[in-house]
Write a new protein. Structure first.
Length: 207
């Protein structure tokens, strides 16, 4: 193999589902020789032992050492992170029934939410009147104090706010990040830096 320059770009945090972690799983590899890219990409970085999720920390020097040991004469230049995290997640079986349950649940929320919105609009945004009318419609008696409707409404408001602003779902309506989304990314970076620092101090980083 002729001498060549290989460029590596590794993100700060990478997730994998295969126990045998290849270099192409954790890094973007570039070279003017496509054969070198394929060969280096298929090189094993690490093999996860055991049957549980793991968080592994690596120094990019480990990656450079593996490449230069297997392919002497190659110059490796890193343009990514100097230290990075690899999260191994055990593959989970496909649960289509769970997706159907989620679909039904979301459909019910949209249906009843739309109905509630229309009713409050027609009563000049009087939630209390809507609750009173609905309670009378179902039970046949007028309620004199609080009921399960007010309790569910009081619980639903904070739960809905948390679900909306914390982005619990992966699909987004638009691509523009919100201020909360930005803060979550900053928080994620701080967590990654803390994991790397603790791993380095405790001598657990794979070098």
């Amino acid at each position: 193999m002729k001498a060549s320059v290989v460029y590596l770009k590794v993100d700060q945090n990478v997730q994998v589902v295969n126990k045998k972690i290849l270099l192409q799983d954790i890094a973007e590899i570039y070279s003017d020789d496509s054969n070198i890219i394929k060969e280096i990409g298929s090189t094993v970085l690490y093999t996860v032992k055991g049957n549980k999720n793991e968080i592994l920390t690596f120094s990019v020097m480990k990656v450079i050492g593996i490449i230069q040991k297997a392919y002497p004469g190659i110059t490796v230049q890193n343009i990514g992170e100097a230290e990075f995290i690899v999260e191994y997640r055990m593959p989970e079986p496909d649960k289509k029934w769970l997706e159907y349950i989620k679909l039904v649940f979301v459909s019910l929320i949209v249906f009843f939410g739309s109905a509630f919105t229309i009713m409050t609009f027609n009563t000049d945004v009087s939630v209390g009147d809507v609750f009173n009318d609905f309670y009378y419609l179902v039970t046949g008696v007028h309620k004199s104090d609080g009921s399960i409707l007010e309790i569910a409404y009081s619980i639903g408001i904070p739960v809905g706010i948390l679900g909306f602003y914390n982005h619990f779902k992966s699909a987004k309506v638009h691509d523009d990040p919100t201020p909360i989304h930005t803060e979550m990314r900053v928080f994620e970076e701080d967590i990654n830096k803390t994991i790397l620092a603790d791993s380095s101090r405790e001598g657990k980083m794979i070098k």
